[in-house]
Design a binder for this molecule. Structure first.
Ligand SMILES: Nc1ncnc2c1ncn2[C@@H]1O[C@H](COP(=O)(O)OP(=O)(O)OP(=O)(O)O)[C@@H](O)[C@H]1O
Length: 253
């Protein structure tokens, strides 16, 4: 198995007034190429902070992070920004899109920064991604002319356009109804089956149950882990959800 992301002994604190609050306490996590990992835990346990730190979006006090053989600790801001843009994809709960710009342009424009001469190829690729997430007909719509679920699908297309090594999702289904959330999760599953590593932060056992491994955080530490194995067919979902829920409740006690 090839390590794609390796974080060791990560510490992070925030300073509020004169008080130092420890948010991540000696967190170590190794993610292998092709894995699908979920991070769960009570509110405030440090899940999003861990995701931002691992993806080079946020700083940390001490520890080491190696992503795709690159030491993030040794990278400057520009280098980190390049890595994020070229090798990582991000999907957030509320995707931020440029207003008064079409869905297509919202996907293609950020990617053009690294592929200036390939507008045509990028447009073709974006259209394929839109088709595969079921919103091919919405390419020329403005972002305020589509639903939340459709916008989230567009967010996934934008995250995938540069063929990232890993997709980070922070509550990507948190703002969606359960049917749409399920459909979005199935897109994540498909992307993972096609080889992209995925790391999601979620509160929802139904979401986590689709992943291969679930890590549980509490008070800034990874305190437990559940191996579910790859979900190849939807069979056994109830059992997986039950396992995740049981472990989640035990961690939150
Ligand atoms: N910029 C900041 N300054 C100070 N404290 C912060 C900052 N960002 C987050 N925190 C604190 O760090 C802790 C962890 O926050 P984080 O968002 O990582 O938790 P979480 O597990 O993702 O929570 P939730 O499930 O509610 O999103 C919380 O106590 C939060 O208040």
């Amino acid at each position: 198995m090839i390590k794609i992301l390796d974080g060791q002994q990560i510490h992070k604190s925030f300073h509020i007034d004169k008080e130092k609050i420890k948010i991540l306490r000696e967190v170590s996590i190794t993610i292998y190429e092709g894995e699908f990992i979920s991070i769960m835990g009570p509110s405030g346990s440090g899940k999003s902070t861990l995701l931002y730190v691992l993806s080079g979006m946020d700083s940390f006090d001490s520890g080491e992070i190696i992503f795709n053989n690159q030491r993030l600790t040794a990278c400057g801001e520009k280098e980190l920004a390049d890595i994020r843009r070229q090798q990582m994809g991000f999907v957030f709960q509320q995707p931020a899109f440029l207003k008064n710009v079409t869905i297509m342009d919202n996907i293609v424009l950020p990617a053009m920064r690294d592929n200036r001469k390939k507008v045509k190829a990028l447009t073709t690729k974006a259209q394929q991604l839109l088709e595969s997430t079921g919103i091919g007909q919405l390419a020329s719509r403005m972002t305020n002319q589509v639903s939340g679920g459709q916008l989230q699908r567009a967010g996934i297309c934008r995250a995938l356009i540069n063929e990232p090594k890993i997709i980070f999702g922070d509550e990507p289904t948190g703002a969606l109804n359960s049917k749409t959330a399920e459909e979005i999760m199935d897109h994540f599953l498909q992307i993972n089956q096609e080889g992209t590593t995925i790391m999601l932060v979620t509160h929802d056992p139904k979401v986590a149950a689709k992943s291969e491994r679930v890590l549980f955080m509490k008070d800034g530490e990874i305190v437990d882990e559940l191996w579910l194995g790859k979900l190849l067919q939807q069979r056994g979902m109830e059992n997986r959800i039950e396992k995740v829920t049981r472990k989640m409740l035990r961690v939150e006690m």
